[in-house]
Design a binder for this molecule. Structure first.
Ligand SMILES: Nc1ncnc2c1ncn2[C@@H]1O[C@H](COP(=O)(O)OP(=O)(O)OP(=O)(O)O)[C@@H](O)[C@H]1O
Ligand SMILES: [Mg+2]
Length: 323
């Protein structure tokens, strides 16, 4: 699934939804003995909101710094909008908006003056564009206030506004929701949705899956510098094979199920719901088994995998720590 429709107004520059906007080829960064990024291959297509996920220290920021040409890879390469960043940085970067870690803002200036300051450096940014980006990030009403009076979420959104000034084709955001409270995360998510509706390609990193799961079309999960998986969110959470069963005397039912050859993986979740495999993976066989044993379920349904669970499993390094 690609989001080609919203990009229609950019048809002159965005003829195809399957165009690769960002590609890494065996991208590698070594710091001393530590491989921060290890032969990473990812592809981001036009119109996608691509989630780049991994625990602390996984190599996300290092990858993004290499992608933006801020640091050189040890080996491998990055292609953005068809050009190699190592050799075409000057022509590529004006088409890329980026927010790496926290934005550098002038706290004693207004939001708008921060935009003006950056615009002066960039050159050729009309005032109308500043209005447009302030609208987009929801800061128009606060644009005259000093940035030091902004909440963290507002500062982050101002950082995104700065990244948007040149109307880039690609936005690269390194943990834009980092440190935000739930309301700030919702605002950031809404903002990213608006960007997607504008036809932007968005590459967003996060170590918190729930922050991005509702908005990303695809995700790559990295751990210890390596790509663990790259897929759609739907595929990630697709059936675990388990069923969720609400039943009275769940602990007794659990003991019985676990004694069966197919039921060893059964467990209770926090609120006492039985989570169990089924004989031959068939819900009806599980129902029959339970009923025959005197446990008539109140409900029984296939269980979608919890994305957080998938993430933790895929990034588990044995000791639960990712360094
Ligand atoms: N300049 C550096 N010198 C040495 N090691 C570094 C440097 N920058 C990063 N590293 C190491 O590279 C690995 C990846 O770090 P990176 O900052 O890319 O991870 P991350 O995924 O962005 O983590 P976080 O979620 O904490 O931001 C870590 O082990 C880190 O200690
Ligand atoms: Mg980081």
């Amino acid at each position: 699934m690609t989001a080609t429709a919203p990009a229609a107004h950019r048809a002159a520059t965005a003829p195809r939804g399957d165009e690769i906007v960002l590609r890494t080829r065996d991208l590698t960064k070594q710091y001393g003995k530590r491989l921060a990024v290890d032969r990473l291959n990812i592809e981001v297509r036009r119109g996608e909101i691509f989630g780049f996920l991994g625990p602390n220290g996984a190599g996300k920021t290092t990858t993004i710094r290499m992608a933006l040409g801020l640091i050189a890879p040890t080996s491998g390469s990055v292609e953005i909008l068809g050009g190699d960043i190592a050799t075409h940085r000057a022509t590529i970067l004006p088409r890329v908006g980026a927010l790496v870690e926290t934005p550098a803002l002038y706290l004693y200036m207004s939001g708008r003056d921060n935009l003006r300051a950056v615009a002066a450096v960039l050159g050729g940014v009309p005032e109308a564009r500043m209005d447009a980006v302030l609208d987009l990030v929801g800061l128009r009403a606060r644009a005259r206030d000093r940035v030091k009076t902004y909440s963290l979420g507002m500062k982050q959104r101002l950082g995104v506004a700065i990244a948007l000034l040149q109307d880039p084709d690609l936005l690269v955001l390194d943990e834009p929701a980092n440190g935000l409270d739930p309301a700030g995360i919702v605002e950031m998510r809404d903002l990213l949705r608006r960007l997607a509706a504008e036809g932007k390609t968005v590459f967003i990193s996060s170590h918190v899956l729930t922050e991005v799961r509702q908005i990303c079309t695809r995700v790559a999960i990295v751990n210890l510098g390596r790509l663990v998986t790259e897929s759609t969110v739907e595929d990630l959470v697709r059936g675990s094979g388990d069923f969720t069963v609400t039943v009275e005397r769940a602990a007794d039912a659990l003991a019985l199920v676990r004694a069966q050859p197919w039921g060893r993986g059964a467990r209770l979740d926090g609120d006492g719901t039985l989570i169990t495999p089924a004989p031959n993976n068939r819900g009806r066989e599980l129902t029959r088994f339970l009923v025959d044993a005197g446990f008539v379920p109140d409900s029984l349904a296939p269980r979608a995998q919890d994305l957080e669970e998938v993430f933790l499993r895929l990034t588990d390094n044995g000791n639960g720590v990712a360094k």
